[in-house]
Design a protein around this ligand. Structure first.
Ligand SMILES: Cc1cc2nc3c(=O)[nH]c(=O)nc-3n(C[C@H](O)[C@H](O)[C@H](O)COP(=O)(O)OP(=O)(O)OC[C@H]3O[C@@H](n4cnc5c(N)ncnc54)[C@H](O)[C@@H]3O)c2cc1C
Length: 464
């Protein structure tokens, strides 16, 4: 519940329809894409300009109440989960594309603009915005910056952080700041990189300038079938090792192809243990030469069948598998080992695990299938997922590839980072937000939580 004085302040800043407090109005904001965690905020605020954001943040700062910024709410890690003591600050009304400049190949947009809308607007100039999360039809560019989103084409074109030139944001105190600019580099610490992936903990983003790329003349996808997942995993390394940087390099194992074929009708070879989807883009000549090389490497790596898309419709069907659950990243060379261990654990736990992932980036998305109605299956699933993330760290990878930490992976952060490292993360947070009002309790665990988690894990492993 908002206290009367704060309610009056928000009512003076926003029109009545932009200040939601009833249970019915706030319920749609109680979770994001991770529906396992739910919390109703005291209020949802829907400003439509930066002056309103500044005034809201000043009021929240003075009252010391938490603020959770929200874009489209598609986060899969609970990043936009509300705090019951505070407000959700929705950027959904910040939907203007402010400028598209074909000369500098940049677009300046408000944070609530949908990812795909940028490419749609830039298309008249033969340009597009490259980072393409599978949620691009719905997710906002503000949320993409906050999560440093990735996608199929990030192997060749880079993650969000590599495609953002400038960010304007408001601090919890109400001051506005700008990071980055038109030049390639700027003086001082690289705070533009810091704001990318900061999960709403450092500032509320109000304007973004992104880089645009020239639309390639042509694109084709090769689909390669493999008799086992290890050979498919090794083929990923072989492609990169041959000096090819494909536009996309995705992998699906058999449970995944069997599950999605009936929906997408891409004619996947269902008897293959795994398929690789390798995309090439560029001029007609570049694609022809690169495709020939890709086919050669795939055949040498043991592909049992290779098909190349004949048109754009076939290419898009194959390159857009949308199945998600766990999100971890490993060095490409570790793919065969990690896939082998996941398959063994799948048998050990008696749980099917489908894998669809951005193989070129080493970004795994194992999808463990379970039945919560069967006693003990939820716990087994959590244990299985925890083992996969620990393995990611063990082979030199990380516990998140693109979905962020949010609330979902707080405990996994305790495994990946030492106390000294976590303390530095907290110090950065405090440099921006000393009272921990912006998205509190997300992304960086407290040392107390890690101590508790360490004890529980040791007990589970029988080492305490
Ligand atoms: C079907 C599906 C497929 C997906 N595929 C991918 C994928 O391929 N790659 C990928 O990276 N992700 C993927 N995601 C996850 C999600 O879409 C991304 O994390 C996306 O970037 C979130 O954007 P959003 O606008 O929905 O942000 P939200 O979910 O609203 O918020 C996410 C985080 O960003 C913060 N935030 C939002 N806006 C702002 C702002 N203006 N200022 C400061 N902080 C802000 C929030 O506080 C929160 O911490 C997928 C999700 C779904 C449901």
């Amino acid at each position: 519940m908002l206290d009367d004085s704060l309610h009056a302040q928000f009512a003076a800043i926003l029109p009545p329809a932009a200040l939601l407090t009833s249970a019915e109005d706030t319920r749609p904001y109680e979770c994001d894409g991770l529906t396992l965690f739910r919390e109703r905020p005291a209020a949802v605020l829907l400003p439509e300009n930066e002056a309103q954001v500044v005034a809201i943040l000043k009021a929240c700062f003075e009252a010391r109440i938490p603020v959770v910024a929200r874009g489209a709410g598609t986060s899969l890690s609970g990043g936009a989960l509300p705090d019951a003591r505070g407000v959700v600050l929705s950027l959904a009304k910040f939907r203007k594309i402010l400028a598209i400049d074909p000369l500098t190949r940049t677009a300046t947009v408000q944070p609530g603009v949908r990812n795909l809308a940028i490419s749609e607007a830039a298309a008249v100039h033969g340009l597009f915005y490259a980072p393409d999360p599978s949620s691009q039809i719905a997710c906002s560019i503000g949320g993409n910056v906050a999560e440093n989103a990735g996608g199929v084409h990030c192997l060749k074109y880079g993650l969000t952080v590599h495609n953002v030139r400038r960010v304007r944001a408001v601090l919890i105190t109400g001051e506005t700041v700008e990071f980055g600019g038109d030049a390639q580099d700027s003086a001082g610490y690289d705070l533009l990189a810091l704001i990318n992936g900061s999960e709403g903990l450092l500032a509320v983003i109000t304007e973004i300038t992104v880089k645009l790329c020239a639309k390639p003349q042509q694109a084709q996808v090769a689909l390669a079938a493999f008799a086992d997942v290890e050979h498919a995993g090794a083929a990923v390394g072989a492609i990169i090792g041959a000096g090819i940087i494909p536009a996309g390099l995705e992998m699906m194992d058999q449970p995944a192809t069997r599950a999605v074929e009936q929906f997408v009708h891409a004619n996947y070879p269902l008897d293959a243990a795994a398929v690789l989807l390798v995309e090439s883009d560029g001029t007609n000549e570049e694609v022809a030469a690169e495709m020939a090389e890709i086919k050669r490497v795939l055949a040498e790596a043991g592909a049992t069948e290779i098909r190349v898309s004949k048109d754009d419709a076939q290419r898009e069907l194959r390159i857009s598998p949308d199945y998600y659950c766990i999100d971890g990243t490993i060095p490409r060379a570790a793919l065969p080992r990690v896939l082998r261990e996941i398959a063994l654990w799948s048998k050990e736990f008696g749980l099917t695990c489908a894998n669809v992932f951005h193989a070129g980036d080493g970004n795994l998305h194992p999808l463990i299938l379970f039945d919560a109605n069967k006693p003990g299956e939820s716990e087994k699933t959590i244990e299985f997922g925890d083992r996969i993330l620990r393995l990611c760290i063990e082979v030199g990878g990380t516990i998140t590839g693109e979905h962020g930490v949010g609330v979902e992976k707080l405990s996994s952060m305790c495994v990946q980072f030492t106390s000294a490292e976590l303390e530095r993360f907290h110090a950065v947070k405090h440099a921006f937000d000393a009272d921990e009002l912006l998205n509190p309790g997300k992304a960086v665990p407290t040392l107390a939580r890690c101590g508790e988690f360490g004890k529980k894990s040791a007990m589970r492993r029988g080492t305490s």
